[in-house]
Structure formats: C-alpha cells, structure tokens
Write a protein that binds this ligand. Structure first.
Ligand code: HEC
Ligand code: HEC
Length: 344
C-alpha cells in the first residue's frame, strides 16, 4: 500500500465511524417510526401529541419525557395499563410487539425529548391519606376521577402505573404539571404538605397486578360464526358504517347469524370480550380475512377507542370485498359499562 493511501485512511479514521453510528441511529428511528405509526399513532397522534382517541396522553410532552425513565416507558408499552385502552403490547402478554421493537419505540420517544432530564428527588416523605382525599376531590377529581380512575385525564389508580411510577415522579408531575396540557403546575397553588398528602393518597390506591394471558383458540371458518343456523340481522347503519349496541345485542338475543371481531390487540381480548367475538387485531387483518366465510354473513368489528381500530379493520374488510360489515358505534367500553353481555 502506498504511503499516500495510508495517510488518507488515517485521516478519515473518525469520519466513517460517526457516519456509521448516525446511519444506525437513523435506521433505528425509521423502524421505530414505522412501528409507532401502525400501533400507537391512532391514539397518541403521529408525533406523540396525544388526545387523538381515548384521551391518550401526550407522549412527546417535554415535562413528561424529562421526568420518566426508559424503564417506565418500556414497561408502560410492554405491560400496558390493564382496564384502560392502553393494551399490553409485549408478545408474552399476547400483544403484537417483540422486545426489540419496544426498544425501538423507547428510542423514538427519547428522540422527541429536547430538554435535559430532571433528577427526581427520592427519599421518604409522609402524608395523610384522609386529608389527601379531600384535597384530591377539590383539585383533581374533575379530570382524574374521585378515586383516580381517570375521566378526561389518565387514570392514577392503575396498578401498572403505580407499580412503575415512583413517589418522586408523581410528586414532580403535580408540582411541575405538563406544559401545553390541562395538567397545570400546582407548585404555587398547593403547599408542600398538601402535595405529600396527595402522593400518599395516590399511593394508597396501589393493588396487585393482574395481567391475564389466555391462549386464543384458532378458530376455523365454521366456528367464527355466531348462530350459524340463524337468519341474517337487518341492521340499520349510521353513516353507512356504524351499528348501535342495541341492534347488535338484539340480534344476539334473537339467535341471528353474525360474526363479531375484536379489533384490539389480543391482550385486550384476554381481559374481556363480547361473547363469541374472535380476536382479530387491526394490524393483522390479512390473517383474519383468511378465516372469514365469503357468504354475506354480517361482520361487526369493535374496539374501545371507540372506532380507531375497528374503522381500520372494517376498511380492510371492505377493500377485500366484505360488504356486510359494520363498526360497533359505541365501542366495547361503553357496551361493558352499560351491562351488555361480556365473556371473561
Ligand atoms: C387504543 C388507544 C391507545 C393505543 C393504540 C396506544 N395507547 Fe398508550 N395509552 C393510551 C391511554 C388511554 C393511556 C393512559 C392509560 C391510563 O389511563 O392509565 C396510555 C398510556 C401510555 C403511556 C404512559 C403515559 C403516562 O403518562 O404515564 C405510554 C408510555 C404509552 N401509552 C405509549 C404507547 C405506545 C408506544 C403505543 C404503541 C405501541 C401506545 N401507547 C398505544 C391509549 C393508547
Ligand atoms: C384540568 C384537568 C386536570 C386537573 C384538574 C388535574 N390533572 Fe393531573 N393530569 C391531567 C392530564 C390531562 C394529564 C396528562 C397530561 C399529558 O398528556 O401528559 C395529567 C397527568 C397527571 C399525572 C401524571 C400521570 C402519568 O401517567 O404520568 C399526575 C401524577 C397527575 N396528573 C396528578 C394530578 C393531581 C394530584 C391533581 C390535583 C392536584 C391533578 N393531577 C389535577 C389533567 C388534570
């Protein structure tokens, strides 16, 4: 090798390495974005702005990103928040994502962070739960619900949230708020003691975690259909697409023939479903379509959002030629809350 070529090599030593790192990072971000668009954007928004469906919180919020750990983000995605529309996304809970894909999502979310992470004070502080409840009713319940069950804002009593958020993190959220969202900073409104009481109250809601994992039966086309011998329901659709809970319930009670698809991740189906509904996750419409009979049987899709996943699935079904298709208008969360039949 000539001396000149050697010199060139030595001179450019740094360059290719950084370029390689950049290329790897860009490729990871690209992959993360693809996964995010398919699985997250429909509720949390294209760039994490939040509140597209289900009051899903803002993920690109700077106060949020600066105050949570990677582990907190990872676990929120993998385990979800049982009992809320935030499904467990890890494969081991029947969710759609591999661990490496969850890593990519955490990398993507971190790329939205523009401000330094704050160091959250640890250390034990004590508060009074009873006094905290009165303060909570006055200042917080309107958005978070009397028992932290969530109304227009995230739930604070969720076992998964409480198992993964530290007291310091909860305290920080109350003091600092989340700029640009309805969660204002309470730093100047509430005393230190009041904040400690609120944290003690929120912590007192912590319970054991139950994530159910069942093995969804792989149904053949014959047992996809509910009441295969029944007659066809006469659904009246709103906007050519949406069928009311009342009509679907009536059809089931009358023993009419239909197919019900649960368009959410299978981990949500595990938690509870409309009786006879099969798990048909929106991101894998192709394998559902393979299992459906092409004989004009009515197909009703649902999710909790109340339409985000089920609209998407119904679009795919219609593109594949299934025209007797409808979306459960109110969604399954409403269905369950109004005591229509569920199977657990
Ligand atoms: C069907 C709507 C929906 C989808 C899809 C969804 N989420 Fe969520 N997500 C929510 C809701 C609602 C919450 C708040 C749950 C609660 O009340 O505890 C949430 C909470 C979160 C949190 C915790 C935020 C906080 O403030 O504690 C993270 C992180 C998160 N989601 C990330 C994701 C990612 C990443 C995806 C895609 C893999 C995703 N979510 C898909 C609705 C959704
Ligand atoms: C006007 C409505 C509103 C009120 C009142 C309110 N919050 Fe919030 N809170 C929100 C919203 C919305 C979010 C989520 C913001 C986001 O998108 O990141 C939130 C987030 C939080 C979080 C972070 C949760 C998480 O998942 O990371 C905590 C903790 C919290 N609020 C506690 C409180 C407490 C305690 C009070 C009363 C002192 C209170 N909030 C009052 C709307 C409200």
């Amino acid at each position: 090798m000539s001396a000149m070529v050697q010199a060139q090599d030595a001179g450019s030593n740094e360059q290719p390495e950084t370029t390689q790192q950049d290329a790897r990072r860009n490729s990871e971000l690209g992959q993360g974005k693809n996964i995010y668009q398919i699985h997250c954007a429909l509720c949390h928004g294209k760039t994490g702005e939040g509140y597209i469906a289900d009051n899903a919180p803002a993920l690109s919020n700077q106060d949020f990103l600066a105050s949570v750990s990677d582990q907190f983000l990872w676990r929120s995605i993998a385990n979800g928040r049982p009992g809320t529309p935030m499904a467990a996304h890890a494969e081991r809970y029947n969710g759609p994502l591999k661990d490496a894909e969850i890593d990519l999502l955490v990398t993507l979310m971190r790329s939205w962070q523009q401000e330094e992470s704050v160091s959250i004070p640890t250390g034990h502080r004590s508060g009074n739960v009873e006094v905290g409840q009165a303060e909570f009713t006055e200042h917080c319940a309107e958005c978070h619900g009397q028992r932290g069950e969530g109304v227009t804002a995230v739930s604070l009593n969720n076992p998964e949230f409480l198992a993964s958020a530290s007291d310091g993190q909860i305290r920080w959220a109350i003091l600092q708020g989340r700029r640009g969202t309805p969660m204002v900073a309470f730093r100047n409104q509430l005393s230190e003691q009041t904040v400690d009481n609120l944290v003690a109250l929120i912590r007192s809601w912590q319970q054991d975690i139950v994530i159910r994992v069942t093995k969804p039966v792989h149904t053949s086309p014959q047992n996809v259909v509910i009441n295969p011998e029944g007659s066809s329901p006469k659904f009246k659709l709103r906007a050519g697409r949406y069928v009311s809970a009342e009509q679907v319930d009536e059809a089931m009670q009358k023993g009419e023939r239909l197919i019900i698809l649960d368009a959410r991740p299978t981990s949500n189906w595990d938690e509870g479903r409309i009786p006879g509904a099969i798990s048909a996750p929106h991101h894998d419409a192709a394998s559902t379509i393979d299992r459906l009979p092409r004989d004009g049987t009515w197909i009703v899709s649902y999710c909790a959002c109340p339409h985000a996943y089920s609209d998407k699935l119904t679009d795919e079904l219609r593109r594949a030629g299934f025209m007797n298709t409808a979306v459960l208008d109110e969604g399954v969360a409403w269905w369950e809350k109004n005591d229509y039949p569920m199977e657990y």
